[in-house]
Design a protein around this ligand. Structure first.
Ligand SMILES: NC(=O)c1ccc[n+]([C@@H]2O[C@H](COP(=O)([O-])OP(=O)(O)OC[C@H]3O[C@@H](n4cnc5c(N)ncnc54)[C@H](OP(=O)(O)O)[C@@H]3O)[C@@H](O)[C@H]2O)c1
Length: 387
């Protein structure tokens, strides 16, 4: 494998840390150009020094002097601001890991796509909000988008070597999250600590809460539509509590192909990092005799209304998925801050969607404008919920 020059956007988060782990284990295969973070100066500086990165970008400008201090004499430039983030994504680099959380990741992902880079896409919110614009930009620039989300990575692997016209449907598996067997009454009293305690995966706080509400699967439904070009009715969701089958593709002849593995994000990240090759990972190898049984359930859209809302947003298109995502980001942050209850999250999302039209954004600037307005509306409506 030729040496890949890479940037990691969101290098201090859960996906970013797993990516760094793999890159540091295969030092001959990767050369780190840039690493970015929002606030975590220590972790960013340590990673930049360890990997010999050329550029480290911190989002909060007031933290730049600290970062410069930490990197003094190392040869690694410390920067802040949109231009620096764009340089990290679209500068002298072949492969970009998009692992910033939330819609904040949209502009740097688009910069990488517009510049024709190969993008390992973990930041599902960027596809949810601007999927059509992003895939069109990738087709224009020649950028390759490699899915890092374990479900989409599984589907991507199951599609290799097959004709798209032979695909009958995609089956996204879902663990069901920590509240899979809880009643609505029990869910109403759940705390942030209970919501982030995912039974199988170790992840950042926002996606962990999204897994508990199953909004994560809703966002993934929209993500799958944009990545693989299938309509809502040909993308099914199946609860599979063991998280061993990461997703499946059903073909017209009735064959179903699945990708399996231990629930460790380093497996899909390694696949995207090395594609079309493969690299070793320290992930535990799958021992099916030890797993013993794999079980499946139909998801319950009554206890998990986020599934219904996401399908509704996908089918309506335009501003609706942007409103869904923005309201969800605001609501999850408020829940983690103990300002609203767990069941207020889908309630707020539904209210914001109901007050949003279906206009089709024609540019990333329009997406960002709808996102900004949806956040303002979410904050306004949340004040009523919290009162
Ligand atoms: N974690 C998983 O296993 C997993 C699996 C599949 C998909 N994903 C997706 O991958 C993305 C990252 O998830 P995660 O769990 O790794 O999140 P995380 O642990 O919260 O990390 C988020 C990263 O983004 C940075 N960041 C946050 N806000 C930012 C902003 N406004 N501007 C610039 N950088 C910002 C953070 O920097 P600081 O550390 O300095 O705050 C951190 O490096 C999400 O879209 C998620 O849905 C995650």
């Amino acid at each position: 494998m030729t040496v890949r020059r890479i940037s990691i956007l969101g290098a201090t988060g859960s996906v970013g840390t797993s990516t760094l782990d793999l890159v540091e284990r295969s030092r001959d295969a990767f050369d780190v150009f840039a690493l970015t973070a929002a606030t975590n100066v220590d972790k960013l500086a340590d990673a930049a020094l360890r990997t010999g990165a050329n550029l480290a970008v911190i989002d909060r400008a007031e933290l730049l002097p600290d970062l410069r201090d930490r990197l003094k004499g190392s040869g690694c430039r410390a920067e802040t601001g949109a231009d620096a983030l764009r340089e990290a994504a679209a500068g002298d680099v072949d492969w970009v890991m998009a692992s910033i959380v939330g819609c904040a990741g949209l502009e740097p992902v688009m910069a990488a796509v517009d510049a024709g880079k190969t993008v390992g896409l973990a930041n599902k919110e960027s596809l949810v909000t601007a999927g059509g614009l992003m895939t069109a930009a990738a087709a224009r620039s020649g950028s390759t988008i490699l899915p890092v989300d374990s479900e989409h990575n599984a589907i991507f692997q199951c599609l290799q070597g097959h004709r798209s016209q032979d695909v009958a449907k995609l089956i996204l598996t879902a663990s069901g999250g920590p509240f899979r067997t809880r009643s609505r009454e029990e869910m109403a009293a759940m705390t942030p600590e209970q919501a982030v305690a995912h039974p199988n995966w170790s992840m950042g706080a926002k996606i962990s809460v999204d897994s508990a509400s199953m909004m994560n699967k809703g966002l993934e439904l929209i993500e799958a539509h944009h990545l693989f070009g299938l309509p809502s009715e040909r993308i099914a969701i199946l609860v599979h509590p063991q998280s061993v089958i990461h997703s499946m593709v059903e073909y017209v002849d009735g064959s179903v192909l699945a990708q399996l593995g231990s629930p460790d994000m380093r497996i899909p990240i390694a696949h995207a990092l090395a594609f079309p090759g493969r690299i070793d990972t320290p992930a535990e190898k799958l021992d099916l005799a030890k797993v013993a049984s794999l079980t499946f359930e139909t998801p319950d859209p009554v206890r998990f209304p986020a599934l219904r809302l996401a399908r509704q947003a996908l089918e309506a298109g335009g501003a609706q998925p942007i409103a869904l995502n923005a309201a969800n980001e605001v609501a999850v942050a408020a829940f983690l801050d103990r300002k609203i209850g767990f069941l207020d999250i889908p309630r707020l999302v539904e209210d914001v969607m109901a007050r949003t039209g279906a206009g089709q954004p024609q540019s990333i600037a329009e997406v960002i404008d709808i996102d900004r307005r949806s956040r303002a509306l979410s904050i306004e409506l949340m004040t009523e919920i919290a009162a």
